[in-house]
Design a protein around this ligand. Structure first.
Ligand SMILES: Cc1ncc(COP(=O)(O)O)c(C=O)c1O
Length: 387
């Protein structure tokens, strides 16, 4: 399923946007946005075909199709150990929108939200879009160790939220249960909402063990909003589908109100909900094959990166991106990315503040959700250019 023969470059060059095949010059390999090069599981396209066969695409319920809500609740209960209630779950048209509406629901102008640094730009972007102030909590990239002593010092009377990205894009850190308990107890003590973005939670490499923060007891769960999506685990980015889970009626109502689903101005389309339900109900075998493939690609990527003079990269515990420190090359992230694009014909994501925060300076991010052949070709070109 994850061999290079399954990668259809002709289609990807027409359809894969967001810095990927459809946007790079011919001959360039884009190890950029985290979007797999493989077609999705066949059960997902079968479910879409079956639903479409009736030729009815009526309005769905604003808080989601019951089958979607039930499958999602089962996933959170069985795979994540969360005491989940389908009534408090609703689909959104992407995890990105889930992050945004959580900020909209719980932040007023001038309210502060603590975000990790480095982390995906969506957190700062969403906090600032609703008039909030994103306060960065720096964690060193290049190590999985984490010192939480500085986190509580960032809490002020204006702090309303802590944004957790677990596993953390771009560093690949998977938070331990002990770390999550520390974070949770700070949130409970100061009455803060925890926005837990778990879109990467399926993509975890042994021996790391994934823990959902909302599984750590009722007090923490009651202050947590969990967001997830289907772009990373099942390759459904273009279907724009994700889910938001509250833990009580008050939070659920605030989130639904913020979503504007009741007015039909926004909403997750029914076909995408059907596809996501099929992914949860029928595609576990596909996901475990994908994770096995990714574990091998992670090792190949990290070994190759560490063999380049001036590069150093720890093995990500989760996510299918490697975050390499390139400061010892004497080049900036942007300079290195330009050399790789222009000379090696490989596009990577530079560790710019706009993408990941200040803490990403001196790093480049490489996605490895492709075939071994494409990945090895990219590294051969990079090494020929840089060695
Ligand atoms: C941490 C994180 N959250 C959310 C998203 C966005 O996911 P979606 O495609 O569902 O909007 C991404 C995509 O890269 C991500 O890395």
């Amino acid at each position: 399923m994850f061999h290079s023969s399954t990668v259809d470059l002709a289609i990807l060059k027409q359809r894969a946007y967001n810095l990927r095949w459809a946007t790079v010059p011919e001959g360039v390999i884009p190890l950029t946005a985290a979007d797999p090069d493989f077609p999705c599981a066949v059960e997902i396209s079968e479910a879409i075909k079956e639903y479409s066969g009736s030729r009815y695409f009526s309005y769905g319920p604003p808080d989601g199709l019951p089958v979607f809500k039930e499958s999602m609740a089962g996933y959170f209960r069985n795979k994540r150990g969360i005491n989940a209630d389908a009534a408090f779950i609703f689909p959104v048209d992407s995890a990105a929108f889930g992050i945004y509406i959580t900020c909209k629901a719980f932040l007023n102008t001038g309210d502060e939200a603590i975000i990790f640094d480095p982390v995906d730009f969506l957190f700062r972007y969403s906090v600032e879009s609703v008039g909030g102030v994103a306060v960065p909590f720096s964690i060193p990239a290049g190590t999985n160790a984490l010192d939480f002593s500085g986190l509580e010092e960032l809490v002020t009377t204006r702090t309303k939220m802590i944004c957790l990205c677990n596993p953390l894009n771009p560093t690949g850190k998977v938070f331990t249960k002990e770390e999550l308990l520390q974070l949770g107890s700070i949130a409970v003590k100061h009455n803060l909402i925890i926005l837990s973005d778990e879109i990467w939670s399926d993509i975890v490499f042994q021996p790391a063990v994934y823990t959902s923060i909302a599984s750590l007891g009722d007090e923490i769960r009651n202050t947590t909003v969990t967001v997830t999506g289907f772009s990373k685990s099942y390759g459904l980015a273009g279907l724009r589908i994700g889910a938001v889970m509250a833990s009580n009626q008050v939070h659920f109502q605030r989130l639904i109100d913020a979503s504007l689903h009741g007015s039909t101005i926004h909403g997750a389309n029914v076909v995408s909900q059907i596809a996501a339900t099929a992914a949860l109900d029928k595609c576990e075998y596909w996901l475990s094959g994908f994770i096995s493939h990714l574990q091998a690609m992670r090792d190949l990527t990290v070994n190759n990166l560490n063999s380049i003079r001036g590069f150093s990269c720890i093995a990500p515990e989760g996510c299918y991106v490697a975050f390499a420190n390139i400061t010892a090359t004497g080049k900036t992230s942007i300079e290195m990315s330009e050399i790789l694009l222009n000379e090696a014909k490989v596009r990577v994501v530079p560790g710019m503040k706009e993408w990941f925060g200040e803490g990403a300076n001196g790093f480049i991010r490489v996605s490895f959700a492709t075939s071994e052949e494409i990945l090895q070709q990219a590294f051969d070109r990079i090494k020929t250019t840089l060695l």
